[in-house]
Design a protein around this ligand. Structure first.
Ligand code: SF4
Length: 339
């Protein structure tokens, strides 16, 4: 079985959502429900999308820029993100993510599936302008982080969105930090970009899991925790936070993964799609969680099929009838509290 920090967060939000992501969603399945779950799994709300855009541009630009000029051109990245935003928005608006053969790998960087388009929620020009403003702000903020940029520009072996899987408690632990490089002092640096409004969200668990991945995946057999530095860089709020990493944090990361994987085993174990009829997965406790859940349409069908309560979903439908400004506000609130 596979475990990731995002699967853990999904489990915290809603067991039924975990079921849809881990068991039901399948790109290759012939079953209509499973393919639909796969499409819904790819949806993101506009606030999350602005973060994805910035991540994509940073991932594609940083290694190239540092190999060619040893300098990060923040202005160029900002323009690139805006151009990408326009192409992705057009792709999503036309609902091309539903077209046959339009997978992420086939469509390239234009691929985008916005939940607002899928659920016919109006997107005002003001909302789109806010995305462009956020993109500019994030790159301006990056330009202002001179000390961090110097660390980045003087480093070597930059790699973005690397895959550092390792085994623990019978699971394959998936760890994909946004950026890895080696500093001039020889430290192994892991960076995770955040594009989040909330300054109080705690990303320390995610960062220490990445540190544990670097210790465990065999790239450097003799590496120790003190050789690793972990940075959370919030480009929207403009701060760089260095997370401590030592032997105690390694134990903490292992304990956290052990506890989470044990809980996940208890919930989904080796349950297959065809076994689902006889298995129960609890819905979310709060209708606010349902309000921004991609699987809402499938969940409604699922609950109705089983003759179960759909009170949460009714609350969701009421929420979705609010206007788009309210919706954006609620999205911020949920992202701040849940992600
Ligand atoms: S709609 Fe609600 S109960 Fe259903 S999967 Fe989503 S969060 Fe869970």
């Amino acid at each position: 079985m596979k475990w990731s920090i995002s699967a853990h967060n999904t489990m915290r939000r809603c067991h039924r959502q975990l079921m849809f992501t881990q068991i039901v969603a399948s790109h290759n399945a012939r079953d209509v429900e499973r393919r639909e779950a796969f499409i819904l799994k790819q949806l993101q709300y506009i606030n999350t999308w602005q973060g994805s855009l910035i991540h994509e541009v940073l991932a594609s630009s940083i290694p190239v820029a540092l190999q060619t000029s040893r300098k990060i051109n923040v202005e160029e990245m900002s323009l690139k993100a805006k151009e990408l935003a326009m192409r992705q928005f057009a792709f999503s608006k036309a609902k091309l993510y539903r077209a046959s053969g339009q997978t992420k790998s086939a469509a390239g960087d234009a691929f985008c599936a916005l939940a607002e388009h899928e659920f016919d929620i109006p997107i005002s020009q003001a909302t789109v302008d806010r995305v462009f403003d956020a993109i500019k702000l994030c790159f301006d903020n990056l330009a202002s982080q001179r000390e961090f940029l110097q660390l980045l520009e003087t480093g070597s072996r930059h790699k973005t969105e690397i895959n550092m899987p390792f085994k623990l408690n019978g699971f394959t632990i998936s760890a994909n930090p946004d950026l890895f490089f080696i500093s001039v002092r020889g430290k192994k640096i892991i960076v995770d970009w955040k594009i989040a409004e909330s300054e109080t969200s705690d990303y320390s668990k995610q960062l220490i899991v990445y540190g544990l991945a670097l210790l465990s995946n065999g790239w450097w057999p003799d590496i120790s925790a003190t050789d690793i530095e972990l940075y959370e860089v919030n480009l929207l709020k403009n701060y760089v936070r260095k997370h401590p990493f030592d032997a105690d944090r390694v134990n903490e990361a292992e304990d956290f993964i052990f506890a989470s994987t044990a809980e996940m085993t208890g919930l989904i174990g080796d349950i297959k799609y065809n076994d689902l009829e006889s298995n129960e997965f609890e819905p979310a406790n709060s209708p606010l969680t349902c309000a921004f859940c991609n699987f809402r349409p499938l969940c409604i069908q699922w609950l109705e099929k089983k003759g179960q309560s759909i009170e949460n979903i009714f609350a969701v439908e009421k929420l979705l009838k609010t206007n788009s400004n309210d919706l954006a506000g609620t999205t911020n609130m949920i992202q701040g509290s849940l992600l």
